[in-house]
Write a protein that binds this ligand. Structure first.
Ligand code: SF4
Length: 334
């Protein structure tokens, strides 16, 4: 499969020196720490982790909405971090984002048609007629009616507002979209509709998604592959099927064990792995494996050495000292 996005050793630290709480000169929030992965053309890569694990920061760094502390992001062979401001402005048409909060990301004083037209007005020299035609085409693509163009955002439900957001995101024919928790704020009944819409659009338009969510069950149905993040690092990355059948990282195993099973008999037998303690602060992450303070199977080595993030099987990457042994012994804590 062809790679569309290459993330190479991306690190993002937020300096706390200038904050009103002084934590010493070297204090920094280590939001993303030395992460590398590829996103293939036309796939959906799910990115999952608890709030504050750095997944949204990573999404923004990939789009260069914020600059990394170190590392590079490549779009095909183009180093996005080396683009000059004018080049970056033109390049933005290829890479877009759908935000979680569909209400605050839409200007309440603008009509839907104006909102969808905005990126075309800024980035293209399309005529008013062409823009009008494109607005109607986009509304139809996301399942809305032509008449909706003259209404205001507050006249729509949360699901419809997210459709408007998606229409605006598609206006410039992007090939890569970061979906930053696009369904987290929606009712459960609406979430499936938006996921199905995103899947349909991918099929029709050949888009590649990075789909960010805090809930593993949420990304399961849309993702071809899933990356699990914890405290700024990727713990495990595999195809969705492999991750659910053969999770090798204790953190992934605990997340999967927490998902309710819709079959009452199986649900009665489910034994959730409950992790002890709180997620440590990203200002002062634990030494060695960042998960060792909560890992139910941590060994002596875990607090001393950072585990290597390595490919343990075809397209299955894990960051755990004992993943190889676990795979060989087919030990699964679920
Ligand atoms: Fe647990 Fe150690 Fe593996 Fe980290 S390296 S996940 S602490 S067993």
């Amino acid at each position: 499969m062809d790679k569309l996005i290459r993330v190479e050793n991306i690190t993002k630290h937020f300096d706390l020196k200038s904050s009103f709480i002084s934590l010493g000169s070297a204090a920094a929030v280590k939001a993303v720490d030395d992460i590398s992965f590829d996103v293939y053309k036309n796939e959906t890569l799910g990115l999952v982790g608890e709030s504050g694990c750095g997944k949204s920061t990573l999404g923004r760094v990939i789009l260069r909405l914020i600059e990394p502390t170190s590392g590079s992001v490549f779009y095909e062979d183009i180093n996005v971090n080396l683009l000059k401001p004018e080049e970056l402005r033109r390049f933005r048409t290829k890479m877009q984002i759908v935000f979680q909060d569909s209400y605050s990301s839409l200007n309440p004083r603008h009509k839907v048609g104006e909102i969808i037209a905005e990126p075309m007005t800024i980035h293209t020299d399309m005529s008013r007629r062409e823009i009008r035609e494109r607005i109607l085409e986009l509304l139809s693509l996301v399942g809305l009616k032509a008449g909706h163009a003259s209404r205001f955002p507050h006249e729509f439900s949360g699901g419809q507002r997210q459709r408007i957001n998606i229409a605006r995101t598609l206006a410039l024919y992007p090939s890569f979209i970061v979906c930053d928790e696009p369904i987290s704020a929606l009712d459960v009944s609406i979430q499936a509709q938006v996921v199905n819409l995103l899947k349909d659009l991918q099929k029709k338009l050949g888009i590649t998604y990075l789909f960010i969510a805090h809930d593993l069950s949420m990304v399961k149905h849309i993702s071809d592959r899933i990356a699990v993040m914890y405290l700024g690092k990727i713990m495990e990355l595999a195809t969705s099927r492999e991750l659910f059948i053969n999770p090798l990282h204790p953190y992934t195993q605990s997340l999967i064990s927490a998902i309710p099973i819709p079959d009452p008999k199986k649900e009665r037998l489910r034994k959730p792995i409950v992790l002890e303690g709180e997620v440590p602060s990203p200002v002062n992450p634990p030494s060695g494996c960042v998960f060792h303070t909560r890992c139910p199977v941590a060994g002596d080595l875990c607090s001393q050495e950072i585990p290597e993030y390595c490919e343990i099987g075809p397209n299955h990457f894990v960051s755990c000292h004992y993943a190889g042994e676990r795979r060989a012994a087919e030990i699964n804590y679920l």
